[in-house]
Design a protein around this ligand. Structure first.
Ligand SMILES: Cc1cc2nc3c(=O)[nH]c(=O)nc-3n(C[C@H](O)[C@H](O)[C@H](O)COP(=O)(O)OP(=O)(O)OC[C@H]3O[C@@H](n4cnc5c(N)ncnc54)[C@H](O)[C@@H]3O)c2cc1C
Length: 369
């Protein structure tokens, strides 16, 4: 390991790994650091890592999600096919409200899909459902192995970053120096004042079950269930808004998930092998956060009228970047977001305004009064 890098990425979840990958692809010297290992404890370790499109009525978030979905499918299939199984994902109706809107969604679906009827759903082992979309290109990742493979040729250090100092044009992280820092720290964001991004955590859990059920496709309703891959079926969902997750679930994080799963498929032989819990992060408006970081302290002190609606020029913290807020679709968003960030840092390409965190700053300032 060296002492000087062009860029240090903090966080080795899927966001940090993909950011590092696309930076490295541009010939940049990158180091990834994480306090607990690659995809070891964050949202990425708990994720079922389903890669599926978003259905809906063509909202801007749906459009962006599906751009990211297409990019992710190609990225994982071409470069990391060992860790991405194209199982197909059946999107079932969530409830009666969803049922009413379901066919209206049809014309806004950009991903390749097929409508399945009751009989076809039975053949796939799905109980009590009349209609659903099957997205054949969708699938499931093996999250920890995928993350490790993405940064296989990139330097990695296990290190808990507690402080970052910018001295003489370099960021200092312990004894390491770097020109640029990328924060890919998930819901933990205490290194800088980034309140304006409104990063919030949502707790979730996943169980891996040993089963002989012949499930050939993955499916999603309120929860996700994977196809049977090598005798294992994964069930997962993020569902609890809580800072202290284990208190809410009372030591039984999979109880409600198992109940829902039993209404979807025949889960009678499911035997729990392993439980995973984790927090995933979302932004205030549920769009990802990719780009530079505003110097909040400077802005508030220098332009107090910003609180009343003034729009002064924005000052960023030098050479500090973020890739975060990937929400419930981190594995879908991360490849495209990592590429957008690398294009921005290295090629000075403009950040897509939909994901640029600047969008949230002035509004946040006005709410401070
Ligand atoms: C139960 C569950 C199921 C999910 N299912 C899916 C799914 O099916 N499909 C999908 O696409 N997404 C899913 N998600 C969402 C997805 O997991 C997240 O969006 C994604 O993992 C976020 O990745 P990340 O890299 O931003 O954050 P994380 O994976 O949380 O990584 C952040 C990393 O930063 C490190 N870190 C933080 N602070 C520091 C510091 N100061 N110093 C050093 N290291 C630090 C942490 O240790 C951590 O490893 C699910 C999430 C959960 C919880």
């Amino acid at each position: 390991m060296k002492k000087k890098y062009n860029t240090v990425v903090i966080g080795a979840g899927i966001a940090g790994c993909c950011s590092a990958y696309f930076l490295k692809e541009k010939g940049i010297d990158v180091l990834v650091v994480d306090r607990s290992g690659v995809s070891a404890t964050g949202g990425s370790s708990a994720a079922g890592a389903f890669i599926s499109p978003k259905i809906g009525k063509g909202s801007p978030l749906q459009t962006l999600t599906n751009e990211a979905f297409n990019f992710a499918v190609e990225f994982y299939s071409d470069r990391f096919h060992r860790y991405f199984t194209q199982t197909g994902v059946i999107r079932l109706l969530k409830d009666k409200v969803d049922a009413k809107k379901f066919m209206a969604y049809e014309k806004f679906n950009s991903a390749k899909r097929r409508v399945l009827n009751r009989d076809e759903l039975r053949e796939y082992g799905i109980k009590d459902e009349d209609i659903a979309f099957l997205f054949e290109e969708a699938g499931v990742c093996d999250a920890p192995h995928l993350c490790r493979a993405i940064i296989r040729y990139i330097d990695y250090l296990q290190y808990d970053v507690r402080e970052l100092k910018y001295i003489d044009g370099y960021w200092h992280i312990g004894s390491i120096e770097a020109q640029n820092i990328v924060l890919a720290t998930g819901y933990q964001n205490n290194l800088f004042d980034m309140r304006y991004m409104g990063v919030k955590g949502l707790w979730g859990s996943r169980g891996d079950y040993i089963s002989s059920l012949d499930l050939k496709v993955s499916m999603h309703k309120k929860i996700s269930i994977s196809s049977n891959i090598d005798g294992i079926i994964k069930i997962g969902a993020t569902h609890i808004k809580s800072k202290e997750p284990c208190i809410s679930c009372d030591g039984k994080p999979l109880k409600s998930l198992e109940k829902i799963a039993s209404t979807m498929v025949d889960s009678s032989d499911f035997r729990l092998k392993e439980t995973f819990c984790g927090m995933r992060s979302s932004s205030k408006d549920f769009f990802p956060l990719v780009g530079g970081v505003i110097d909040t302290k400077y802005m508030l002190e220098t332009y107090p009228k910003i609180l009343k609606g003034a729009k002064p020029p924005i000052k960023k913290i030098k050479n500090l970047y973020i890739c975060n807020g990937l929400g419930g679709r981190g594995f879908v968003f991360a490849p495209l977001m990592g590429k957008i960030l690398a294009d921005f840092i290295i090629d000075k390409r403009e950040i897509d305004s939909r994901v640029n965190p600047d969008r949230l700053f002035l509004k946040w300032c006005r709410k401070l009064v």
